[in-house]
Design a protein around this ligand. Structure first.
Ligand code: MGD
Ligand code: MGD
Ligand code: MO
Length: 770
């Protein structure tokens, strides 16, 4: 402890030896030192498995293993040799385990047997799969209304598992599909659909080789998409401008040592990533982008007045877009005062960034949670799209929109039907395929599911992966919601807190992970498929022996529940679980773009799912790319915080040693924090105002103003290069402060990046000396 990184001391580059050291350490801790290394060589290879880490694309050329520190951790964490057998549960009551940390629970290793909660002893007890399926089926059959059950999905589920799951749930009679995407890129889907007609990114990985500028807005790829750093680095080295917007100076975006580059590793060299780094206020991106558009309009006016070529691509706009004049009017009506106050940037900075955009032929815009987890995220994404439309930067080489997805198959899960908004075309196709009506009403998203679980209108919760209890806002409320359920079922690889707040009946059903060989009853191994952020669909087959002979694949588990609940009248569930080709055949029949699915996933790298917007075909109501023409938010939370004494806007983000609620370790190397997670990053000027010293212990108190007391106790202040009035700390520890009913307009995504709080100093005795 104590190796804190203070302002201005961005000591070394991201990646490099630190990354290698960290990998070795995590491999050892995860209990996977030998088989782990072998397993790694097969990650993201044509004949191996898809890395269960992030959703960044795989390179077309070069078959050599792309080293990724955090991919290694994800693989090693799954390929551990540690086990959580029935014996483990015999030794610990659920009440006791609830006192364990997220880290300690998952560290115990892989679940091995289906387990049922026994209320009398407060312990999980092993059961047979048949008993589990039968009881789950009988509870589901007994519900008076299918809409009283919630079916959660986390984004690791394969296309096949997710498709079969939505088939079961819709045949059962509901569209209640809360999913991790609701907390993640929902706003990107909603915003892009309205603007360009497709809720996905329009670029291919190859486009990063041709872009002249890459605007990287609100994301931390050094930690969360390390393979993206390789692409950014290659772009930077060939002279492309990398323009970063992030309130925090993230080391991974500043310099990167490529662990693949021997010379760099030996000489201690590194490449600069960001050519321009802007630190806007929290939630101030829409204003920053609108400011750039304002500069572009002015420059375009001036150029044309002087008889020079236009800067705006009027030909593109005339053919492909609507609402351009109204957008121009909206930008004209937005004052520089509003732009500068909301963005927190100077006019010179905005002009400089706009100049890079104007002088670049091909531009890519990427973004992630720094954009999506705000109240105004949908319109911010639409504003980014406006900005890109101005020079026709969609649908040509080296240019386009790139929401960088989180979970490795979250995009695929949506494609194959995990969607509470029940896409009519999919429902029509399913009805045609099965000859039975599908539910047409809108189902519950994550926030609505929690509300229904709390108010008693939902009484069963089933999760295909994930850690719903820890990933969602207002942690104490979620515990109440779980306790009220008649049935809770978690399909999982590792033990987590969602398993430890059982409903009246509760099951934990252990499944195979991506890294493991998945054999059917005849011993024939099966592959699954996934879709990455660039809409590439490819096959994935595990190479490790399963963690326990009792494990079933997610597909087999879904099929087991489905058969027990619905019988085989419309779907032969068992046949599907025996042969995943049959599932793919059905996907091919009901979804466009999957022609010759079984053939095409068996070629290296798979195939690209057609993206209409990338081909300049606009599936919006106007059949054109549609400019958003509204105003800036009246006031962001950051502006509100700056206007009120003692109020801060808190963002909850990821450390370098975690995968969402999975905690690999206690370090956050790039931010200079070691050995602890209960920290809050704060500007030194704010610390001074508070009268706080470095390492001072504080409580963070929710100031949402709905009368609910929210408090995160005993965190340590870390002075950091972050805008005044803004603080940051780690999820899920700080989820106690995120209000369930504060969510994005039009997206329902909890506002995990703009939570109003105050900070109380704890008594001096608590403050350790440096
Ligand atoms: N190793 C690892 N990889 C992961 C994950 C993981 O936990 N660990 N999670 C996966 C998942 S599900 C996801 S969704 C992605 C998440 O990937 P990211 O979106 O990179 O995740 P966060 O850690 O939430 O980082 C948010 C970044 O946005 C910045 N930010 C916050 N607010 C604002 C704002 O208002 N404006 C701007 N411009 N920036 C802002 C923060 O400073 C931070 O750098 O990563 C995926 N990959
Ligand atoms: N405050 C705050 N809250 C957030 C966020 C934030 O930035 N701030 N980010 C949000 C985002 S972007 C997301 S995506 C969600 C994530 O929410 P989730 O996807 O629900 O959470 P994870 O932590 O990824 O889930 C971890 C668990 O998944 C299980 N698991 C791992 N691999 C597999 C597998 O192959 N199959 C199955 N069946 N189970 C598996 C393990 O049991 C593990 O404990 O959290 C959201 N919550
Ligand atoms: Mo995510």
């Amino acid at each position: 402890m104590g190796k804190m990184d203070f302002i201005g001391k961005a000591s070394s580059a991201a990646g490099g030896w630190g990354a290698l050291k960290s990998v070795g350490k995590r491999l050892l801790e995860s209990g996977a030192p030998i088989s782990g290394a072998r397993t790694l060589l097969k990650a993201n290879q044509p004949d191996g498995f898809d890395c269960p880490g992030c959703a960044w694309g795989d390179p077309e050329h070069g078959s050599s293993f792309e080293f990724c520190e955090n991919g290694v951790k994800a693989v090693a964490w799954e390929a551990t040799e540690k086990r959580v057998p029935p014996d483990f549960f015999a030794k610990h009551t659920v009440t006791e385990l609830r006192g364990w940390s997220d880290y300690d629970l998952e560290l115990q290793g892989r679940l091995t047997n289906p387990m049922r909660y026994d209320r009398a002893t407060d312990k999980y007890v092993a059961v047979s799969w048949d008993e589990a399926f039968a009881e789950i089926g009988s509870v589901l059959k007994s519900l008076p209304d299918a809409n009283r059950a919630e079916f959660y999905t986390s984004g690791r589920a394969s296309n096949e598992a997710a498709f079969l799951y939505q088939l079961m749930v819709r045949l059962y009679g509901t569209n209640n599909f809360p999913d991790c995407s609701n907390m993640c890129h929902e706003a990107s889907g909603v915003g892009l659909k309205a603007s360009v007609g497709v809720g996905k990114g329009t670029v291919l990985l190859e486009d990063f080789e041709h872009a002249d500028a890459i605007f990287c807005i609100g994301q931390n790829p050094g930690t969360n998409h390390p393979r993206m750093l390789g692409d950014l680095r290659r772009a930077a080295l060939r002279g492309a401008r990398i323009v970063v917007f992030n309130p925090i100076r993230e080391k991974g975006l500043e310099r990167f040592t490529d662990p693949q580059d021997k010379v760099e590793m030996i000489t201690g060299g590194s490449a600069k990533i960001a050519t321009n780094y802007y630190q806007p206020r929290q939630g101030g991106d829409m204003a920053a982008v609108r400011g750039m558009s304002k500069v572009i309009f002015a420059a375009d006016d001036a150029a044309r007045a002087a008889g020079q070529p236009a800067i705006i691509d009027y030909d593109f706009i005339a053919v492909h877009a609507v609402e351009f004049d109204a957008y121009r009017a909206a930008v004209d009506a937005t004052s520089w005062d509003a732009i500068l106050d909301q963005s927190g940037l100077t006019r010179e900075q905005i002009e400089e960034a706009a100049n890079i955009y104007m002088t670049s032929n091909a531009v890519i815009a990427t973004w992630a949670m720094g954009i999506t987890q705000h109240k105004h995220s949908v319109i911010t994404i639409r504003e980014i799209t406006n900005f890109m439309l101005l020079r026709g930067n969609i649908g040509r080489p080296g240019a386009g929109l790139c929401p960088v997805r989180g979970h490795s198959n979250v995009q695929g899960d949506r494609t194959v039907g995990i969607d509470e908004k029940a896409p009519p075309a999919l429902l029509d196709a399913l009805e045609k395929e099965l000859g039975v009506p599908m539910p047409r009403n809108r189902g519950h998203n994550t926030v609505e599911a929690i509300s229904a679980m709390l108010d008693g209108t939902a009484e069963t919760f089933i999760a295909l992966g994930g850690n719903f209890l820890r990933a969602t806002p207002d942690s104490p409320l979620i515990i109440k919601a779980f306790e009220k359920q008649r049935l809770t079922v978690n399909i999982a690889t590792k033990l987590n807190h969602s398993h430890l707040v059982p409903g009246q009946v509760s099951y934990v059903l252990p499944c195979l992970g991506r890294t493991e060989i998945d054999r059917n009853s005849k011993g024939v191994s099966q592959i699954i498929t996934v879709e990455d952020s660039m809409s590439m669909v490819h096959g994935s087959g595990g190479i490790n022996t399963p963690a326990s002979p009792e494990l079933k694949s997610e597909i087999a588990i879904v099929a087991g529940i489905a058969e027990a609940t619905l019988g085989n009248a419309h779907v032969n569930w068992r046949a599907m679980a025996e042969d995943y080709d049959l599932i793919r055949d059905m996907i091919e029949r009901v979804l466009p773009g999957f022609e010759n699915y079984n053939e095409r996933v068996r070629v290296p790298r798979g195939f690209h799912l057609r993206n209409a917007a990338a081909e300049r075909e606009w599936n919006t109501p106007a059949k054109k790319a549609t400019f958003f023409t509204g105003e800036l938010p009246a006031k962001t939370e950051h502006q509100q915080a700056l206007g009120e004494e003692g109020i801060f806007v808190l963002q909850t983000f990821r450390s370098h040693d975690q995968y969402n609620t999975t905690i690999y370790g206690m370090d956050d190397r790039y931010r200079g924090v070691y050995g602890e997670r209960q920290v809050v990053f704060m500007n030194p000027k704010d610390m001074e105002k508070l009268g706080a010293k470095a390492k001072q212990r504080v409580d963070v108190v929710g100031e949402y103003g709905d009368g609910i007391e929210r408090i995160a106790e005993n965190f340590r202040l870390v002075p950091y290069n972050i805008p005044e009035g803004s603080i940051a700390g780690y999820y899920p520890e700080l989820n106690v402060l995120v209000p369930l009913h504060s969510y994005g307009e039009g997206s329902f995504t909890p506002t995990s990046k703009s939570v109003l709080v105050s900070v109380r100093l704890r008594i001096e005795a608590d403050t350790e000396a440096a």
